[in-house]
Design a protein around this ligand. Structure first.
Ligand code: SAM
Length: 263
């Protein structure tokens, strides 16, 4: 079947993305490990260790495109293990109920299950219902490998800005642009041949993984994305060494962390 991702009109991107994650939900965690050779775990650990949730006391977090709860679990573990903090909370939000179900199942096996520390919500990052997610209510907004899937990045950033408290932190982990030409070539080879193949073998679903690769390609550069974050009303400078401090490349830009503070 032809997936036609290049010609998908914007308004149907949402249902396309929903379909992709419906079909990968049950195999998502296994595939993640296989595709990235487990490296996504290191990147996620890196992400959390930069954010240090709980270091200044318990925080209210919202994890967008939270999927199976990888980031939420790391936030809660970090707060508890480093600061004996059992009051930090995470609202996991995803547009896809199947992904959330996998997350819920997984949290059932943890000590956070049935505590106020964790909640799952089905909602769109671009339009969070105000009654459930009031303005100025979170200390930390995270989104990992999710923002490239939304139809309008500016709309998602606007919502992030709305729900964060003044002084609250926006943090995004996402695949990005590899700048080193040799590394870029290896990466291209890998992502356009190995990943769809792995998708076929492990999940019986080549098209969905082909979509994932394409969506990474289309995502704006580090610089352009940093600009979008600041356009949404965040202060982006000074958090990291180099690059004006708006982002930090991981593995030469294969992945990248952007942060901003709501002003
Ligand atoms: N954050 C998780 C992780 O790092 O393992 C999941 C990442 S997964 C690649 C992307 C997730 O984004 C999927 O669970 C998908 O359902 C979700 N998603 C896509 N578009 C969304 C939107 N508009 N609003 C909220 N979630 C969305």
């Amino acid at each position: 079947t032809h997936f036609g991702f290049r010609t998908v009109p914007e308004e149907s991107k949402e249902s396309l993305v929903r379909g992709v994650f419906d079909s990968v939900a049950s195999s998502y965690d296994v595939m993640n490990d296989a595709m990235s050779l487990g490296v996504h775990r290191l990147w996620k650990d890196n992400f959390i260790s930069l954010l240090r949730p709980g270091s200044k006391g318990p925080v209210r977090c919202i994890d967008l495109a939270g999927g199976t709860g990888d980031i939420a679990l790391r936030i809660l573990d970090w707060a508890r293990e480093k600061y004996a903090d059992r009051e930090t909370t995470v609202d996991v939000v995803d547009i896809n109920g199947e992904m959330l179900k996998e997350g819920y199942k997984r949290f059932k096996k943890t000590m956070y299950h049935n505590t106020p520390q964790i909640a799952f919500h089905e909602a769109n990052a671009q339009a969070l219902p105000e009654d459930v997610f009031p303005s100025n209510s979170y200390d930390l907004y995270t989104i990992a490998f999710g923002i490239r899937n939304v139809t309008s990045i500016p709309d998602a950033l606007k919502e992030a800005h709305r729900v964060l408290k003044p002084g609250g932190t926006f943090a995004c982990l996402e695949f990005n642009k590899v700048t080193n030409p040799i590394l870029a070539q290896v990466y291209d080879q890998y992502s356009f041949s190995v990943i769809p193949l792995l998708g076929t073998i492990l999940a019986g679903d080549r098209d969905s993984y082909q979509y994932l690769v394409e969506s990474i390609r289309k995502f704006p550069s580090q610089q352009d994305f940093a600009r979008m974050i600041s356009d949404a009303g965040f202060a982006t400078g000074g958090n990291f060494e180099g690059d004006g401090g708006a982002w930090r490349d991981l593995w030469g830009g294969v992945a990248c962390i952007h942060t901003g503070v709501k002003v």
